[in-house]
Design a binder for this molecule. Structure first.
Ligand code: TYD
Length: 218
């Protein structure tokens, strides 16, 4: 019925915000299916392994992300057909942003993901990589000083990923860019405002198409 994707760099708060949004949409009486990529399926597991050990090169990883998505979509489509609102933490746009920064052509990435429909709404949680990395290191209680070089490289990488996300957002009407540097409650309030608007527009459109169908019938 409605596919909402949460996107953002690592540490932008996608998981927390997606859960809170799912709860809010449920309270409005919708059936919600909350899910994520990489999935917990066989290909998703392989991907997590590769992210940890770099056992595959960038091109193979891109193909695996697409394959994982293809499997994921069977489940997503089924839930949409059942009339559910589907919220996914990461989707197609993660591949476009991360894998292009890993050196792969955007046109090729679009091609191998051509089977994936655009999300009805993409909530992009925008945060500076430095802030996101601080959140991650406090979550994992890593000492930044020990991993300074790693931290620096990751920050540079995520800065580029953020640039691609912002360029994608500029080119697409489906994107809502949300400032994710505030508190959990502040960010959630902003997410709800944007999604609420879209939900209302969607309900309106549904009402019209039902009315048209009824008129055609009578
Ligand atoms: P995830 O588990 O969402 O990590 P986090 O919670 O830190 O955001 O995703 C794991 C990593 O996989 C993350 O660094 C982004 C990357 N990724 C891609 O590079 N391409 C993709 O298509 C997807 C879905 C994820």
């Amino acid at each position: 019925m409605l596919l909402i994707a949460f996107e953002g760099i690592d540490g932008s708060g996608k998981g927390t915000q997606a859960k809170l949004l799912a709860r809010w949409i449920r309270e409005k009486g919708y059936d919600v299916f909350l899910t994520k990529e990489p999935t917990d399926g066989a290909i998703g597991k392989l991907l997590r392994e590769s992210l940890r050990t770099s056992c595959f090169d960038a091109r193979t990883e891109a193909l695996l992300f697409a394959a994982d998505r293809s499997e994921h979509l069977r489940e997503i489509m089924k839930k949409l057909h059942e009339g559910k609102v589907v919220i996914t933490e990461r989707y197609l746009y993660s591949s476009l942003a991360y894998q292009s920064v890993s050196g792969l052509e955007m046109s090729w990435l679009r091609e191998i993901n051509a089977f994936a429909p655009e999300a009805d709404l993409v909530v992009y949680l925008d945060v500076e990589p430095e802030v996101a990395l601080e959140r991650i290191s406090s979550r994992n209680s890593l000492r930044a000083s020990v991993r300074e070089k790693e931290h620096f490289e990751r920050r540079e990488f995520l800065e580029k990923v953020r640039e691609v996300y912002l360029a994608l957002a500029k080119d697409s009407e489906n994107f809502e860019v949300v400032d994710a540097s505030g508190t959990i409650n502040e960010v959630q309030a902003s997410v709800r405002r944007r999604v609420g608007r879209r939900l209302a527009a969607f309900e309106e459109e549904k009402k019209h198409s039902e009315q048209r169908a009824l008129e055609d019938f009578t």
